[in-house]
Write a protein that binds this ligand. Sequence first.
Ligand code: DGL
Length: 273
Amino acid sequence: MPAPIGVFDSGYGGLTILKELKKQLPHYDYIYLGDNARAPYGTRSFETVYQYTLEAVNWFFGQGCELVILACNTASAKALRNIQQLNLPTIDPNKRVLGVIRPTTEVLGNFTTTQKVGIMGTLGTVQSNSYPIELAHFFPGLEVYQQACPMWVPLIENGEFDQPGADYFVKQYMEALFKQAADIDTILLACTHYPLLEAKIRSFLPAGVQLVQQGDIVAASLAKYLVMHPDMAQKCSQNGHLAFFTTDEPAPFEKQASLFFGQKVEAKHTDLA
Ligand code: DGL
């Protein structure tokens, strides 16, 4: 039976991806799950992020989903490969789990003229080196500079992203990135939470530097994937429905989620175990 596409993040960030999926692929049904009770993932170990993400993927499969998008760079960096290679073959080889790093690295090099790009992400994403490794396949010769921004997700999750206190940490990480290479001309927000900080980041962005966000890139890539895999497209239900789940309390989730998603959200609590 056709089922919704699962969209996962540690918390609210994946909603910035879902917003674009809904724009570009409005006919599909989506189930969003935020593991808010255990967010943030960005500073957690490889093993922990893998275990939490696998639990979430199994939860989606329990809901009948055939296709799950890890709308989280940290989970994509630390858990996706293991899930695809070690878990899916035994759980169900016909189901698919896709991430956000691959589609982003397929196009990121097209944005730069200096061939120097900056990647701003969580500590986990940066330490995994997933971006430099993947970008080397698609754009050899690209110089990739990474900056971990461990304070950004907590600022965002706590609703401080538009407050004056956020300026300090935005400026600090931007300066640290440009200290690595002054002529970076393209910055990727390699964390699905960061679009909430866009206004602040732009206020510290040197002239002529572009800011790239992942939502429309991931949505365009999924649209292409579904055209190339009609068998999977048929397994995804198409009634334009949305459902939201959180591992924490629904009331605060609903309040915060509308900021990320741009419209009112009704959520239910779920346990993963
Ligand atoms: N939104 C997640 C990402 O894209 C990370 C948030 C977290 O640290 O949990 O990396």
